[in-house]
Design a protein around this ligand. Structure first.
Ligand SMILES: Nc1nc2c(ncn2[C@@H]2O[C@H](COP(=O)(O)OP(=O)(O)O)[C@@H](O)[C@H]2O)c(=O)[nH]1
Ligand SMILES: [Mg+2]
Length: 536
């Protein structure tokens, strides 16, 4: 983290220093993570091939230019009325909304009105927003005074990216937040879940889902300060985000050679996913919160780890709320290090989902924590299990990723027949009579699987359960059950499988029982996943 901070400064100031060796991307890898160059960092046993779900853009370049001089504090418009006020969203009342309207009425009156507006709308630094608009409502919120001072970091990820890559991006952003906290009071606003490509269950409302439906918020808060988006709306004074930075690569691309971390304000390369409304506010997806508006949007070309952006946030903008869109463009500060694992360990699944998974294990898989030696400490900071301690339930855990993984006829994904053959041989080898299968296979495929492997056990939610836990919750229950199996095998380069590896690492399983994957029938060199050892 320290190293990262200093190299980030070098990039921002345009010194063009080469990043320290430990920050080189060869040390990290997860699908969706951009790795420099046409040459992907080669790894030993088990490369996790960098990719995104539905495409991956190259990242690249070298010219360094410092960002334009730091903007003046207090230039951002003050907050508007709180969201709870009726009509607040459509009728914002301070200069944040009035000024553009005034400007639209013609140049003649503009100067006069600007002067008036300046008097009515003093810079934020000079006059903080009214305390009443600052008070948080959630249990985790700070007292009004403290909340009034802190700054808000928000982020979003490329729409096609799936749930488990997004979990990885959270880790990257969390390390940026830790860097920011060394200088100022910041809080991370958790991006509501929704509109994910893989969440295809019909008739279920799956937008604006708070993190607490999937994760345990007090556990997240033991790592970094986080709040839900609704709390941001309540305590920051309304559905406005002062500054949106869209992260992108460098237009000129990446030239092979030295790796350098850099960040520059640049013209937007792709068409912006934000457009101005008649009041000059930026409208965009904003996690399905239609009333949310951005006051300013610009693009940053970035090549480097998450904390490279810290100096920009601390020095180049006075915006109180800053959103980083396309945050998957940031790399890990230090993949697999202590900081990485702390954040990963803090991502405890929501209790209600764990309870459902545990109940299923007990009922259908003869699996309990006492017998399996998988006791879970509700306080992750107190959980430190020696690898090899966990025994796991008497079943084989399988993650069989299908859908978009087979459409491209990938070489590293088996046919159903191939998968069942492997499952049978593993059951025999490990003397296991039961097999639990997590899969996203379509109905026709699961029917075929049942014929080929009649004894298989799946978590098949009722409609009520699906409505209650949603596709994301059902996937977590599947992952939780796989994480407790005596032996696990997953699918090549699936982030869904990777997150199961990590969960098992936390539970204290022998790595031999975890880092396994299916091979494609025609795959010549079937490398097995890397053991990423937990660091406390
Ligand atoms: N319930 C359930 N959903 C799955 C399973 N495998 C994949 N999915 C769904 O498909 C998505 C796959 O996207 P992602 O999380 O990015 O993982 P990846 O694409 O395998 O790297 C998951 O988030 C789930 O919504 C599974 O075994 N069980
Ligand atoms: Mg994916």
């Amino acid at each position: 983290m320290e190293e990262r901070g200093s190299s980030a400064h070098a990039g921002l100031l345009g010194c063009g220093k080469q990043a320290p060796a430990s920050s080189h991307p060869k040390h990290r890898r997860d699908p969706g993570e951009r790795v420099p160059g046409p040459k992907r960092a080669a790894r030993g046993r088990a490369a996790r091939v960098p990719r995104t779900d539905l495409g991956e853009a190259g990242q690249e370049s070298r010219v360094l230019s410092p960002l334009p001089g730091a903007r003046q504090r207090g230039r951002t418009a003050p907050r508007t009325a709180p969201r709870s006020e009726p009509g607040a969203a459509s009728r914002p009342r301070t200069c944040a909304s009035h000024c553009p309207e005034m400007a639209a009425r013609g140049p003649g009156r503009l100067l006069l009105l600007l002067g008036l507006a300046a008097a009515l709308c003093p810079p934020r630094a000079a006059q903080p927003p009214p305390g009443a608009f600052q008070a948080g409502h959630g249990a985790a919120s700070l007292p009004a005074a403290a909340a009034g001072r802190r700054r808000y970091l928000l982020y979003d990820v490329n729409p096609p990216e799936g749930f488990n890559l997004r979990r990885d991006v959270y880790i990257r952003v969390a390390s940026l937040l830790k860097t920011l906290l060394k200088s100022e009071a910041w809080v991370l606003v958790l991006p509501p879940w929704g509109r994910l490509y893989h969440w295809q269950s019909p008739d279920i409302h799956q937008v604006r889902i708070p993190w607490s439906e999937f994760f345990d918020l007090p556990s997240l808060n033991k790592n970094i300060p986080v709040i839900e988006y609704e709390q941001f709306l309540a305590e920051s004074g309304g559905p406005f985000i002062d500054q949106v930075y869209v992260l992108q690569s460098y237009a000129e691309g990446w030239k092979e050679g030295t790796w350098e971390e850099k960040i520059d304000e640049r013209p937007c390369i792709d068409q912006l996913m934000y457009s101005k409304d008649k009041h000059e506010y930026y409208r965009g997806w904003f996690w399905g919160y239609e009333e949310t508006r951005g006051l300013n949007v610009s693009c940053l070309s970035v090549q480097g780890s998450a904390s490279i952006i810290a100096p920009v946030l601390l020095k180049n903008t006075s915006a109180r709320s800053v959103m980083l869109d396309r945050a998957e463009n940031l790399l890990h500060d230090h993949y697999g290090g202590r900081d990485y694992w702390n954040t990963r360990r803090s991502m405890v699944f929501a209790k209600h989902l764990r309870v459902v998974g545990d109940e299923f294990r007990r009922k259908y898989l003869h699996s309990t924590d006492e017998a399996d030696r998988t006791d879970y400490n509700e306080d992750w900071t107190q959980m430190k299990v020696k690898l090899g301690t966990a025994v796991g339930g008497p079943y084989l855990g399988v993650h069989l990723r299908r859908k978009d993984f087979i459409w491209g006829h990938r070489e590293d994904v088996p046919s159903l027949h191939g998968a069942v053959k492997k499952i049978r041989s593993l059951m025999e080898q490990h003397k296991l009579k039961r097999v639990f299968i997590a899969t996203d296979a379509i109905v026709e495929e699961t029917e075929e699987l049942k014929k080929l492997l009649p004894e298989m056990v799946r978590f098949e939610p009722t409609w009520e359960e699906l409505e209650l836990y949603k596709d994301g919750g059902i996937a977590i229950i599947d992952q939780w059950i796989c994480a407790h199996a005596r032996y696990f095998t997953g699918t090549s380069v699936s982030t869904f499988s990777f997150r199961i590896h990590e969960e098992r690492e936390i539970l204290g399983f022998d790595p031999k029982t975890t880092y396994n994957r299916f091979c494609g029938e025609k795959e010549r060199n079937c490398e097995q996943p890397t053991h990423w050892k937990i660091v406390y």
